[in-house]
Design a protein around this ligand. Structure first.
Ligand SMILES: CC(=O)SCCNC(=O)CCNC(=O)[C@H](O)C(C)(C)COP(=O)(O)OP(=O)(O)OC[C@H]1O[C@@H](n2cnc3c(N)ncnc32)[C@H](O)[C@@H]1OP(=O)(O)O
Ligand SMILES: O=C([O-])CC(=O)C(=O)O
Length: 374
């Protein structure tokens, strides 16, 4: 059999330009519109970052207050969407719920004109947490929650709906940081999906629905959930080390490690790791955090592979008592800002994205009538 052609995954090739984000750029690292991720995670509200990405600049006080009020007013679910969510079974994957929710919203509140794009993006940002929590609480607890909470922040709103009570200050703070870290990352797979869809002049809901499908996979956003599924089985750091060595021996992928662009570290890791540590102290954890730290050390020692944004998100979310299957949907609630901002950018200077392929099929095939085929 002929050798398989090398699959490059378009690595290292520029597929367009963006003013939104630098990833691993020498001397700059990870920045959103020029602002360093460390500074944003320390000082900003997620909604400020959303404004920065979607509107092109940091808001002043009046603009931020107005934006928070606007988002708060957009959290309600149309009755027809609630009906659809109530049909989705308990054992569905929450990312499929997100995908269906975004798509159904596109039927009910269709983007008629690109002039509406800012409002459509704000609506999605406000309503995606309501979609996932409404479905989760209905299918798991049998309750129809009120999604119009008075919480100022998207993260606080999410936790409030999930638990039926307002989040603690610590949890709201960690959610804020987490949403900032996940908001934007240049031409990653889900964002590129959104841009390809936008390049056909399709509507925002289609772009976001497609992007959710791409984020779902364990090689991308699904890795935070997959990392949790792995580490929760280990009772001690020593057991974790033994298991990881076995997995490496068997050439298995370790979820939450490695990156397509970063070579030595993912700047988001140190930030979420620090918050995971604080949460571990808060809940008195003696197992999961030490297990996670050991996995990190072994992976670096054995393979020079480092934690990406997803690995310590697993323990951080777990310490906040968030069900594992909701981890990747939280990523959606954040990344929708980056996706929408990229859709705006694509539309502003559009040409349909249509690369070529190297043909590796047969030279010429002879037609065989149906009844003569073996
Ligand atoms: C928010 C995010 O989306 S971050 C990414 C989340 N995804 C994950 O955590 C899934 C696990 N990681 C991976 O699968 C990969 O590292 C990816 C998908 C992130 C990047 O893939 P690539 O760019 O193809 O990886 P890269 O070229 O750096 O791989 C180099 C080598 O390291 C290996 N490698 C990379 N990541 C891992 C890993 N997590 N576990 C074990 N080996 C790995 C690759 O198999 C490859 O080995 P080979 O040369 O023998 O084939
Ligand atoms: O950039 C990537 O390929 C994946 C990633 O880290 C992200 O989307 O946040």
């Amino acid at each position: 059999m002929a050798d398989q052609p090398v699959s490059t995954g378009l690595r290292g090739q520029s597929a367009g330009s963006t003013a939104l984000c630098t990833v691993g750029k020498s001397g700059a690292g990870l920045t959103y519109r020029g602002y360093d991720i460390h500074e944003l995670a320390e000082k900003a509200k997620f909604e400020e970052v959303a404004y920065l990405l979607l509107k092109g600049k940091l808001p002043n006080r009046a603009e931020l207050d107005a934006y928070l009020t606007k988002l708060k007013g957009l959290r309600g679910l149309p009755e027809a969407l609630k009906t659809v969510l109530e049909q989705i079974p308990k054992d569905a994957h929450p990312m499929d719920v997100m995908r269906t929710g975004a798509s159904m919203l596109g039927n009910l509140e269709t983007e008629q004109d690109f002039d509406q794009q800012q409002d459509v993006a704000d609506r999605l940002l406000a309503v995606l947490p309501s979609i996932i929590c409404y479905w989760y609480r209905f299918s798991h607890d049998g309750v129809r929650i009120d999604t119009e909470t008075d919480d100022d922040s998207v993260g606080g709103h999410f936790l409030h709906m999930l638990r039926g009570e307002p989040a603690s200050e610590l949890h709201a703070r960690v959610m804020n940081v987490s949403l900032i870290l996940y908001a934007e990352h240049e031409f990653n797979a889900s964002t590129f999906t959104a841009r390809v869809c936008a390049s056909t002049l399709s509507d925002m809901h289609s772009c976001v629905t497609g992007a959710i499908g791409s984020l779902r996979g364990p090689l991308h956003g699904g890795a935070n959930e997959a990392a949790m599924d792995m580490i929760e089985h280990w009772q001690s750091a020593d057991e974790a080390e033994r298991e990881i060595l076995g997995m490496l021996e068997r050439k298995e992928k370790i979820m939450g490690f490695g990156h397509a662009i970063y070579r030595e570290s993912d700047p988001r890791n140190a930030i979420i790791k620090e918050w995971s540590k604080q949460l571990a102290e808060d809940v008195g954890d003696q197992v999961l955090y030490p297990v996670s730290e050991r996995v990190e050390a072994v992976m670096w020692r054995e393979k020079k592979l480092f934690c990406n944004a997803d690995f310590f998100h697993a323990s951080a979310y777990h310490f906040m008592d968030i069900p594992t299957k909701l981890f990747t949907p939280i990523f959606v609630c954040s990344r929708v800002t980056g996706w929408a901002a990229h859709v705006f950018e694509q539309r502003e200077n559009n040409r349909i994205i249509r690369p070529s392929a190297d043909y590796v099929g047969p030279e010429k095939s002879e037609w065989v009538p149906l009844e003569e085929r073996p």
